[in-house]
Design a protein around this ligand. Structure first.
Ligand SMILES: *[C@@H]1O[C@H](CO)[C@@H](O)[C@H](O)[C@H]1NC(C)=O
Ligand SMILES: *[C@@H]1O[C@H](CO)[C@@H](O)[C@H](O)[C@H]1NC(C)=O
Ligand SMILES: *[C@@H]1O[C@H](CO)[C@@H](O)[C@H](O)[C@H]1NC(C)=O
Ligand SMILES: *[C@@H]1O[C@H](CO)[C@@H](O)[C@H](O)[C@H]1NC(C)=O
Ligand SMILES: *[C@@H]1O[C@H](CO)[C@@H](O)[C@H](O)[C@H]1NC(C)=O
Length: 329
């Protein structure tokens, strides 16, 4: 009966391009979404998703019920792994097959997507921006701690800044600064900045600013190489140019072993949430989510053992990339 009703009212259960996401959400909330078999949120989006995941379920309906905005974890494949496992769990629990879409976006863009209703949830990397989004009623309270990731400081094996692996990250950045500003070395001491507003770019600029240095300000420091690019080409460039840079393990593992062997890891971030080389990822649910019920279900699943097991078990070339959310005391 429900299935028939859903099929018959298919159009009523989707958002039209002409109506705002908020209006659509209000309208859809009048339906019984505990069995919202066919509600597709794909009509709530203006843009095409970067990728659509179906849980490898052969008879998938093609309905997108959840749209996730994220940057780096989409590129590593973690968002796909989470989406596929979530779909499978929901279907095992009696839900009809559905799909999950990924929209590639940095934290700023992801919050914009929440505001316009382009996506239902966002996995972002900046706690202050997340609190502001909640304060401004762009996202629901609370946010959900999704996972942690450790960043790496890498550099040339010749180590012209004489970095000592036992130093803390602030001392290492200070050593790079002093060596870069000091007498000429071979190769010269240079630092490559992604300069693309990615979380890695923000972490790196935070480290410089914490030391009271702003190498991108006038008079611009020639050793501070602003290489506007995405992760893999940026790391390749840093290696070829004998430069220090901040990267993540997934990016490093994406390179050929030949390239990987030409760089040295001088520091690995810890799991301590105060460590500047650690990224905390939180999930936000948009106030304008087209399918708020599904968004809430996904949030609960993500922080449950089921979701966290996917995070912890996720590997690239045999190496784990992520740590789960800290266990609440
Ligand atoms: C929604 O559907 C379920 C199962 O059919 C039913 O138990 C519940 O009462 C319905 N809720 C509303 C608000 O109609
Ligand atoms: C599910 O996704 C996979 C990988 O993107 C694709 O190869 C497959 O055709 C899809 N299956 C269905 C039923 O859409
Ligand atoms: C690094 O150490 C070498 C050998 O001790 C020394 O010659 C060089 O000046 C040092 N470089 C810097 C930047 O301190
Ligand atoms: C890279 O280094 C590893 C370990 O030191 C070594 O086994 C491997 O052969 C090296 N690969 C290349 C391409 O140099
Ligand atoms: C995390 O780091 C801070 C600052 O270094 C320290 O005070 C705190 O004890 C650390 N927490 C844990 C759990 O190690």
């Amino acid at each position: 009966m429900k299935l028939f009703a859903t099929v018959a009212s298919f159009l009523a259960l989707t958002c039209s391009a002409a109506e705002s996401a908020a209006a659509c959400n209000d309208r859809l909330s009048n339906y019984n979404t505990s069995s919202d078999l066919g509600i597709s949120t794909s009509f709530c989006s203006v843009l095409k998703p970067t990728a659509v995941y179906n849980g490898s379920i052969s008879k998938n309906t093609g309905f997108i019920k959840l749209r996730i905005a994220n940057g780096a974890a989409g590129q590593t494949g973690l968002i796909k792994a989470l989406a596929d496992a979530y779909i499978k769990d929901r279907v095992k629990g009696g839900e009809l097959p559905f799909e999950v879409a990924w929209y590639k976006s940095d934290t700023t863009k992801a919050i914009e997507f929440l505001q316009t209703g382009e996506v239902d949830v966002a996995i972002t990397y900046n706690e202050v921006a997340e609190s502001i989004a909640i304060d401004q009623s762009i996202a629901e309270s609370p946010s959900y701690f999704a996972f942690r990731e450790n960043l790496l400081l890498v550099g040339p094996p010749s180590n012209p800044a004489n970095l000592s692996k036992s130093d803390n990250i602030f001392s290492l950045f200070s050593a790079i600064y002093n060596a870069a500003e000091g007498p000429t070395t071979v190769p010269p001491v240079r630092f490559l900045s992604r300069y693309d507003k990615s979380i890695i770019n923000i972490k790196e600029t935070f480290l410089w600013a914490t030391l009271g240095q702003v190498p991108w300000a006038t008079a611009y420091s020639t050793w501070y190489h602003q290489y506007i690019s995405i992760a893999v080409p940026a790391l390749n460039a840093a290696i070829k140019l004998d430069e220090y840079t901040i990267t993540d393990r997934a990016t490093l593992l994406s390179l050929s072993t030949h390239m990987q062997n030409q760089t040295v890891i001088y520091k690995v971030g810890s799991d301590n949430t105060t460590d500047p080389l650690m990224i905390s990822a939180h999930l936000l649910i948009g106030k304008n989510a087209c399918n708020a019920a599904e968004a809430a279900k996904f949030a609960s699943w993500l922080v449950s053992t089921k979701g966290q097991d996917i995070v912890i078990g996720f590997k690239k070339k045999g190496e784990k990339l992520y740590t789960g959310a800290p266990v609440k005391e």
